[in-house]
Design a protein around this ligand. Structure first.
Ligand code: MRU
Length: 331
């Protein structure tokens, strides 16, 4: 059945994306017809979430080559899109993949090749995330106690809104819900941009029971035994398993360790940066002070933090579940 509100669809000459700056107030599509439209959508977070940023960037290359597919213009297109956001490696992964197929091809055929490759990236994202759901489902099944709902905590939005379809961290939750396993999701608000409201919106659409909490309530809920497991997404996973995700993730991992709650990361292989040996090498995006709404006071606004591999019970990808320190098997 087609989704009521898909995150990204083509209309022949352009790409329509669900404008996440207008959610949850209204579900409206934004039309991206040019390179600048695509770069702007990523920069201002009309599209957000590592896998969706990657797919949008791939389509951005196709849009950017519409009028000029020469080598210098290809360089320009890749540079503009590559400068939009630094942390989510899927963006750079997608651009590198587009360059790999486009660079050796004749400029006359590049536009068509670019659309084809962007389409393939989007399709593979759906398949990978569906597989993450199947692998993660086993973890939720294992936490079932009688008829009580499995209590999952998540952070930010790593649901279908962050991807072309299915989500990453939320994909196992959708799979459990579809399999008739009772599940309840603790959704943390995710200051300052409130991506938790996006998670609540999509869980409501899917009929999955959930409760929104302030970010600072997470530790208390774990201490009270109200959380069976934590599943978060990722923006970049270093080769040693250290994981960058939305700021606040690290604090949840620390609290989870203290209270014996397993802490999982779900992400497709396109989020693993094998060229980055450890989390200290991951660039952390610093976003505008205005996002904190604090007026004229000095502000620091790092958008991501890094959770050390030692705090992660396992990484769920389309290939299965692996120890965070054992990702080399997926290389
Ligand atoms: O800044 P965003 O909203 O693009 O960041 C996205 C996240 O950090 C999500 O939490 C997610 O886990 C990574 S994308 C599936």
């Amino acid at each position: 059945m087609p989704l009521r509100h898909p995150t990204l669809v083509e209309d022949g000459a352009a790409v329509l994306v669900l404008d996440q700056t207008r959610l949850p107030r209204e579900a409206a599509m934004a039309r991206l017809a040019t390179l600048e439209d695509a770069a702007h959508a990523i920069r201002v977070m009309q599209v957000r979430g590592a896998p969706l940023i990657g797919a949008t960037a791939a389509y951005g290359v196709a849009l950017g080559l519409a009028a000029d597919a020469s080598d210098p213009h290809l360089d320009h297109v890749l540079a503009v899109l590559g400068a939009t956001r630094p942390t989510a490696v899927n963006l750079h992964w997608a651009l590198a993949r587009m360059e790999r197929v486009l660079r050796p091809s004749e400029p006359a055929t590049r536009r068509e090749t670019a659309w084809k490759e962007a389409r393939a990236i989007a399709a593979e994202d759906k398949t990978a995330n569906a597989a993450i759901g199947r692998h993660g489902l086993a973890l939720l099944r294992a936490r079932q106690r009688g008829g009580n709902p499995v209590q999952v905590m998540t952070h930010c939005n790593a649901g279908r809104l962050a991807t072309v379809e299915h989500g990453t961290a939320i994909s196992p939750i959708y799979a459990a819900h579809a399999a008739g396993i009772a599940v309840h999701v603790w959704v943390s608000e995710t200051r300052p941009r409130n991506q938790g409201l996006l998670t609540a919106w999509e869980l409501a659409e899917a009929g999955v029971p959930h409760t929104l909490i302030a970010d600072n309530a997470a530790g208390l809920l774990m201490m009270q035994g109200k959380v069976d497991l934590v599943i978060v997404g990722a923006d970049r996973i270093a080769a040693n398993g250290d994981t960058a995700n939305k700021v606040g993730t690290y604090l949840k991992a620390l609290a989870a360790r203290e209270h014996g709650v397993p802490f999982y990361v779900a992400a497709p292989l396109s989020t693993i940066d094998f060229a980055c040996p450890a989390g200290s090498g991951i660039p952390i995006e610093e976003r505008a002070a205005e996002e904190l709404g604090a007026g004229a006071v000095p502000v620091a606004n790092p958008a991501f933090d890094v959770t050390p591999a030692a705090l992660i019970a396992g990484i769920i990808s389309e290939r299965g579940v692996a120890a965070a320190g054992d990702l080399a098997q997926w290389r």
